[in-house]
Design a protein around this ligand. Sequence first.
Ligand code: AP5
Ligand code: MG
Ligand code: ZN
Length: 216
Amino acid sequence: MKIILLGPPGAGKGTQAKSISNRYSIPHISTGDIFRMNISQNTPLGIEAKEHMDKGHLVPDEVTINMVKDRLAQEDCMGGYLLDGFPRTVFQAESLQNFLTERNEKLDTSLLIEVPMEFILERMIGRRGCQSCGASYHIKFNPTKVEGKCDVCGSDIVQRKDDVEETVRERLDVYERQTQPLIDFYKERNLLSTVDGTEAINEVFESICTILGSKK
Ligand code: AP5
Ligand code: MG
Ligand code: ZN
């Protein structure tokens, strides 16, 4: 299956992606995670991405698209994949459509996790994440079993640098201007499914499985 996760920052894309990737045995490809990994290793890509991410802005399309195409051409993507955080602009979405067409492939669906803006700030500011394995937690909605330590791998959990209020507001603004148009892009192509992301984490996952079950 080839799936795209859409939704505003803090909608729960990363949280749901981990479960979907396990259930359907497809790789979870998060452009944000790839950028953060490059930042922690201080690669040229990481240095460029950091400049934009710290301000809450998008990394330029050309850099992002080339990175994703390289990733999708890898062997583990042959049986499908789950994209989290890509595409994020209409240009990225068009590039992905062209990439798929060239390879005689198509998307199964894009899945929009719908969460109204008033929920987002609390989710983002309370979010903590594992730097080693990428697991995502929330101090109130999804706390770790041992305070400050990842349930999966035991590493320290930290707050993302772009999860401070001012940057979150900028990211939400960027989402509305640059990413929201993708909802219509996929709707027009009959490739949009929507779930209510305000439910509890496991309930959102059940709704997603119902949708994906009907696509198999
Ligand atoms: P990215 O890492 O993709 O961030 P984002 O889209 O802003 O989304 P988040 O990761 O913040 O939210 P999420 O939806 O994954 O939510 P999560 O599951 O963690 O991108 C970061 C930056 O990288 C961008 O700003 C940009 O600079 C750059 N970038 C990335 N991709 C790019 C691209 N394609 N083009 C250009 N630039 C790009 O959940 C959030 C919190 O809520 C967690 O604490 C979680 O525990 C909690 N939570 C989740 N679900 C629920 C629920 N149902 N109920 C209660 N709490 C919940
Ligand atoms: Mg995420
Ligand atoms: Zn971990």
